[in-house]
Design a protein around this ligand. Structure first.
Ligand SMILES: [Zn+2]
Length: 369
C-alpha cells in the first residue's frame, strides 16, 4: 500500500490516481483554490433564472436532498432558499435507525429554515433485505442506502414534477475518485458514481422476498431517460466553495448539535452522526481498503490547512487502532442476524495484504511516513 506524498490517502482507494506521488484529491484541492467563485455563483443565478422562467407553473423551483439534519444539507437548503431565493422542497429519505442527534437536528433544521419537507420512509422489510444482501455480496450494506437516496430523490422529482435537483458536493472531485474533472452536471450520479460504482439492483433481488412493485424508489433512471428528462441535476459544490467545516459552523449557529465527543476512530464529532447503520459500513470499508473515517476526516483537515500531514500521521495510527463497529447491536437487530454471523461475514472481507493479526484483531501493516 502506497500513500500520497501530501495527504494520507492510499492507492487502494478506488479510482484515485497519482502524478509524481501526489493523489488526485490533493491535485483537485489545489485546482479549487484557483477557481473564480464569484463567476461560478453568477452562472448559478443564470441557471436558476432560466429554470424559473421556463417552469412558471411549478410548485417548487428545486429539490434539495437532505439527510437527517446533517450540516451540509443544512447549508444547501439555506443557500438555495435564502441566497438563491428559490421555492425549495427538501426531500429526506428517512434513516431507519436515526440517532437522537439526527432526530433533534432535522427538527431544528426544518424550524430554522422554515421550508417544506417531503419525508420518504421505505418499507423496513425490503430495506433490511436489500442491505443484508449487499453486506453478504459486497461487504457493503450501505450500497442499498446510496441507491435509495439517489434513485429516491430523482423519482420524487419526477412524481412532483420539479425541474431542478441541487445535490451537494461531487465527492469524486473533492475526495478523489473515478471522476476525472469537476463538472456541474450531477446526472453522472446515477450511473458513474463513486458510491454506486458498477453494482446493479438486479443482482440483489430475491423474488421470494422482494417484489418489483416494492422497488419504485430504488429504481435509477436509465441514461436514455436522463437524456430525455427535463429534470436538471446539478452539484452545488461546483458553484460555491465547498467546505464541510464551514458548513458545520454555519449549521451550528442555526441550532445544529454535534455529538458530545468524536466516536472511537473519528476525528470530528459532527460528521455522519444522524443515523446508526452507516458506522458499521465505514468499519467494513476500513477492513477492505485500509482507510476509513479517520483517514477521510484527517485528509479533509490537511487539504484545508487545519493540520499538518505529520500531525495527521500520528493521529491516524491512534484513531485506526481504537476503531470498532459502533451500534453493532442495532445493526444485527435490523438485519436479523447474530453477532457471530456478522463477524463471520465481515471477516471474509478483511484484506490480508493490508492487515496483519494483532491482539486478537487486525492492524494495518503500513502507515504513511
Ligand atoms: Zn493526496
Amino acid at each position: 500500500m502506497k500513500y500520497c506524498k501530501t495527504c494520507l490517502l492510499p492507492d487502494t482507494k478506488p479510482g484515485l490516481t497519482f502524478v509524481k506521488g501526489i493523489c488526485s484529491a490533493c491535485r483537485n484541492n489545489q485546482i479549487k483554490k484557483k477557481i473564480d467563485w464569484n463567476y461560478r455563483k453568477k452562472k448559478l443565478i443564470k441557471i436558476i433564472n432560466k429554470i424559473k422562467k421556463n417552469n412558471p407553473n411549478s410548485q417548487y423551483d428545486c429539490i434539495v436532498p437532505i439527510s437527517n439534519g446533517g450540516k451540509d444539507s443544512w447549508f444547501q437548503a439555506h443557500f438555495m432558499k435564502n441566497v438563491m431565493k428559490c421555492k425549495v422542497l427538501c426531500v429526506n429519505l428517512s434513516a431507519h435507525l436515526p440517532t437522537p442527534e439526527g432526530i433533534s437536528n432535522i427538527n431544528s433544521m426544518i424550524k430554522s429554515l422554515n421550508v417544506d419537507i417531503l419525508k420518504l420512509t421505505l418499507k423496513p422489510s425490503v430495506h433490511s433485505a436489500l442491505r443484508l444482501k449487499c453486506f453478504k455480496k459486497y461487504g457493503e450494506p450501505n450500497w442499498a442506502e446510496h441507491l435509495m437516496v439517489f434513485a429516491g430523490v430523482y423519482n420524487a422529482a419526477k412524481l412532483y414534477d420539479i425541474p431542478l435537483v441541487v445535490w451537494g458536493e461531487d465527492i469524486s472531485f473533492e475526495f478523489g475518485g473515478y471522476g476525472k474533472k469537476q463538472t456541474p452536471n450531477a446526472s453522472n450520479l446515477f450511473y458513474k458514481n463513486d458510491l454506486l460504482k458498477n453494482k446493479s439492483l438486479n443482482t440483489l433481488i430475491d423474488k421470494n422476498l422482494i417484489k418489483d412493485r416494492d422497488l419504485y424508489f430504488y429504481n435509477l433512471p436509465s441514461k436514455k431517460e436522463i437524456k430525455l428528462s427535463k429534470i436538471k441535476n446539478i452539484y452545488l459544490g461546483y458553484y460555491v466553495n465547498w467546505d464541510g467545516e464551514k458548513n458545520y459552523k454555519f449549521a451550528k449557529k442555526s441550532g445544529f448539535k454535534a455529538e458530545k465527543k468524536p466516536r472511537k476512530g473519528h476525528l470530528v464529532s459532527y460528521d455522519n452522526i444522524d443515523e446508526k447503520l452507516c458506522e458499521v459500513n465505514g468499519w467494513l470499508k476500513y477492513l477492505k481498503f485500509g482507510f476509513g473515517y479517520a483517514t477521510d476526516e484527517l485528509c479533509y483537515d490537511i487539504y484545508n490547512k487545519r493540520i499538518t500531514r505529520e500531525k495527521g500521521i500520528k493521529l491516524l495510527k491512534k484513531l485506526n487502532e481504537e476503531f470498532h463497529p459502533d451500534f453493532l447491536d442495532d445493526f444485527c437487530r435490523f438485519h436479523k442476524i447474530s453477532e457471530t454471523k456478522f463477524y463471520e461475514i465481515a471477516f471474509e472481507y478483511i484484506n490480508k495484504d493490508l492487515f496483519k493479526p494483532k491482539n486478537n484483531f487486525w492492524t494495518l501493516k503500513n502507515y504513511p511516513k
